[in-house]
Unconditional design. Structure first.
Length: 437
């Protein structure tokens, strides 16, 4: 119906899924970003805790919200866990929610919008004016009696109403007074400010954690701590291809501050291994003051290694160990012929031909014909190659298609089996409550 379509279009406009023009256009980047929301929520939980996870989930669902809206949404979400309603007072729960909001704000996971909406911005500006107005009002309005009385009554009437109607306004007032002073000031200062999620900072942290994990798998925990210390000192806030250069002495001091004791010789050996080893993830620059030198992390190199590892895991899961060996060999050689592949991978020629055909049909390998003179199949050389970027794009498209199918199935199950899903959610909240207890 026209009314339902109009309300639906309003919703997708508020969530920035579509951009309003003369004609509607699908914002694919925003849709892909929303598909990563579950990862953002898990990142907030792993780094901060359960309350921060709930706040992050509410911000992602609402798109933008005030502190008051977040407190109300998280309170309702916490009530479903059967923990807040029974074991926690309202003031304590609100204090924890405000603390979680401040933690996410300090970590730059949520940021205030520079231009809040006009409907919400006047609310915080209304309370401050009465405080400076009482002193000048009796003096300035001395000659004009009508205006003088109105000006004098405005500062005095609220005090009388508070004394007379204090019992009626008791529910909202005790909750802010029961909060700690710093959280009360935080709520007062940000009253009416609209908050939204900061995708860049979340992606930066996710990328850093993935890079540290890759280094730990290839080397050991000490090498991973060196990479993490370099990330911490570089303080990257953008998705740049590499970090800024950091002095080696500063990295060593950061490691000692974190409780990792490495001798200068061992530390230098780790730096050389990360710079010249199989990973080659560190970039070196001589320091003008001498010493160990300056080091930077080649993030682009690490992310390409992670993408290659993901593709190899897909090949192994779908085609097996021998196909993975063939895929790695062709990837390292750039181009390879069928007989060369069979000889170097030590796979029988008949089985090699079969594996190559399956990989080629699934678009993991690409074939190039090099004829010798006339185009006769027996005299034509067929070279297999790997275009890693094309394979990655293919896998990403398949992933998006799978996610769309899963969302469709989830909507179908929620519509047909709502009681079963509510039972599963209650069980999950019960397990979380047991872990927290």
């Amino acid at each position: 119906s026209p009314s339902s379509s109009s309300s639906s279009s309003t919703i997708v406009e508020e969530q920035e899924v579509v951009k309003k023009r003369y004609t509607y256009k699908i914002n694919v980047e925003k849709i892909v970003e929303r598909m990563r929301f579950a990862r953002y929520v898990l990142q907030a939980r792993s780094m901060f805790g359960h309350k921060e996870e709930l706040v992050m989930e509410c911000v992602l669902q609402l798109g933008r919200a005030t502190v008051e809206d977040l407190v109300d949404s998280v309170t309702k979400a916490s009530a479903h866990s059967h923990l807040a309603a029974k074991t926690m007072e309202a003031s304590t729960l609100k204090s924890e929610i405000l603390s979680a909001i401040r933690t996410l704000a300090n970590a730059n996971y949520i940021t205030p919008l520079r231009s809040p909406s006009s409907s919400l911005s006047p609310s915080p500006s209304l309370p401050p004016p009465p405080s400076p107005s009482p002193s000048p009002s009796p003096i300035e309005g001395g000659k004009k009696r009508g205006r003088k009385r109105k000006g004098e009554e405005t500062p005095t009437r609220p005090t009388k109403r508070r004394k007379g109607k204090k019992e009626e306004v008791t529910p909202p007032t005790p909750q802010p007074q029961s909060l700690p002073d710093d959280q009360q000031a935080f709520l007062t200062n940000l009253s009416g400010c609209i908050w939204t999620y900061n995708t860049t900072q979340i992606l930066v942290d996710l990328r850093e954690n993935s890079c540290v994990r890759v280094v730990e798998e290839k080397f050991d925990a000490s090498a991973a701590k060196i990479i993490r210390s370099l990330f911490l000192l570089a303080k990257e806030k953008k998705l740049s291809p590499q970090t800024g250069f950091v002095a080696g002495e500063a990295i060593l001091q950061q490691l000692r501050a974190d409780g990792t004791e490495l001798t200068p010789e061992t530390f230098q050996n780790y730096l050389e291994a990360l710079q010249q080893g199989s990973l080659k993830v560190l970039l070196h620059s001589p320091s003008p003051d001498g010493g160990i030198g300056l080091y930077s992390i080649d993030i682009l190199r690490l992310t390409s290694l992670m993408a290659q590892k993901t593709v190899e895991s897909v090949v192994f899961d779908r085609f097996g160990q021998e196909s993975l060996r063939i895929f790695r060999m062709i990837l390292s050689k750039k181009h390879a012929e069928e007989k060369q592949v069979a000889d170097e991978t030590m796979v029988p020629i008949k089985k090699t031909r079969e594996k190559l055909y399956h990989l080629f049909r699934s678009e993991f390998l690409f074939l190039q014909e090099i004829p010798k003179g006339e185009r006769i199949p027996s005299r034509t050389l067929y070279l297999y190659s790997v275009d890693l970027q094309r394979v990655i794009k293919k896998l990403i498209a398949n992933t998006y298609r799978t996610c769309a199918n899963l969302y469709t199935r989830v909507r179908f199950e929620r519509k047909n089996n709502p009681d079963l899903l509510e039972y599963d959610e209650d069980e999950e909240f019960g397990r979380e409550g047991g872990e927290e207890g």
